[in-house]
Write a protein of this length. Structure first.
Length: 393
């Protein structure tokens, strides 16, 4: 269940092992108007603190570089408008030891990281206030951003071409045997689907789907999925004579910015979580006070030229936020062994979706996964053993 990029990537990779007509993808909104995928920044990076996340992104970058050969077909070439860019991580005297540890992990995984002192960084980015910066890092390749809608469409077109059934509808209940689901469409028509294996790839709705499963499981088999929708607001802004090619930069207090064509996009999270599934059907209006009260000052501190900024537009989206450790939950359900999860990527899902979908498909058919993701298993939730990613934006 879930026809966003995680569900479609898993379905695509499953076609390598089983007949496509045996695979069904259930998606309530084929327009993806309220999809976390379509509303994301669609940025990809190698600069993580955990080897698993680095490897997921490295394999996904290779997939993106070869995407036309993988998802394209005669008369239907695929180009997701990938633009090379870099994340820029900054550290003060207090946080420099952590960044240095992360850089060591990245280099051990083959990432070609560039490092800078504060004065060196100011020389590269003269518009940036670096007086409090002790250490910074970026890369020269294998990071950047792309069009999320084009990636989503490419996966969807390919699985349909291969013969996968894509159904418009929402899972509303599980059968008592946890081997069937009821799917309701917009007209209220109910259909029953029997399955041998079920994948929860429902993104920001993942916990609600999990609770439907819990309702048919014995009390001692129930499992709480620690994934909650976290609200994010993005603004497109303009600055007269602003710098070109601003890297994806984390400013103070959770504000993130990067160039977008001649302008910039900037995002902020106030830590708000949504627990009512009905409210996720309408994300609501952009709150302009988030920019004036939370973002503006942060930007101007790091880049004083952004003191004079014009807001052009904005939108609201959500992360599927793993409250345990902000890392992926991928693999078999702890007790319902014919159920699998691919949730909780906490903002880096779309960039890792090609490799994550492949790894889950391989787990489902008993093939050794491309990447050992055993430390991302759901068992760590049962054991209350967080495995934290420190480079979360």
């Amino acid at each position: 269940a879930g026809g966003g990029v995680m569900g479609l990537s898993t379905a695509f990779h499953l076609t390598k092992f089983i007949a496509p007509e045996r695979i069904t993808v259930v998606e309530p909104d084929p327009t993806y108007a309220r999809s976390a995928t379509a509303l994301s920044w669609a940025s990809i990076r190698e600069q993580f603190s955990l080897p698993e996340n680095i490897k997921l992104s490295q394999h996904s970058i290779k997939f993106i570089n070869d995407i036309d050969q993988i998802l394209g077909s005669p008369g239907n070439p695929v180009n997701i408008n990938f633009k090379n860019g870099s994340y820029l991580f900054l550290a003060t005297e207090e946080t420099a030891p952590t960044l240095a540890e992360n850089i060591a992990v990245q280099r051990a995984a083959g990432v070609k990281v560039n490092t800078y002192t504060g004065p060196e960084l100011h020389e590269k980015y003269p518009y940036m206030n670096t007086e409090d910066i002790v250490l910074a890092s970026d890369v020269s390749k294998n990071e950047g951003w792309f069009d999320p809608w084009l990636l989503l469409s490419a996966f969807k077109d390919k699985v349909r071409e291969l013969g996968v059934e894509v159904v418009k509808g929402r899972v509303t209940s599980f059968g008592e045997d946890a081997a069937s689901v009821e799917v309701s469409n917009s007209a209220g028509t109910q259909s029953t689907y029997n399955y041998g294996q079920f994948v929860n790839a429902t993104g920001i709705h993942a916990s609600f789907t999990n609770e439907l499963l819990n309702s048919v499981l014995p009390l001692d088999k129930r499992f709480t999925l620690p994934v909650t929708p976290q609200k994010r607001q993005t603004f497109t802004i303009a600055v007269r004579d602003g710098p070109r090619n601003v890297p994806l930069l984390l400013c103070p207090l959770g504000t993130v910015i990067r160039s977008e064509g001649p302008n910039y996009i900037v995002q902020h999270s106030d830590g708000t979580f949504e627990t009512d599934p009905e409210k996720l059907e309408d994300f609501g209006e952009v709150d302009d006070t988030i920019f004036t009260d939370n973002i503006w000052e942060n930007l101007a501190y790091r880049m004083p030229i952004f003191e004079a900024t014009k807001v052009l537009s904005g939108w609201v989206g959500y992360y599927e936020y793993n409250t345990l450790d902000q890392n992926a939950l991928i693999g078999p359900h702890p007790t319902a062994t014919n159920h699998f999860n691919i949730n909780g990527f906490s903002g880096h899902g779309i960039q890792q979706s090609p490799a994550a979908g492949r790894c889950l498909a391989e787990m489902m058919v008993g093939v050794e996964p491309l990447i050992d993701l055993s430390r991302f298993s759901l068992q760590r939730v049962v054991d209350n053993a967080p495995y934290r990613e420190r480079n979360i934006l």
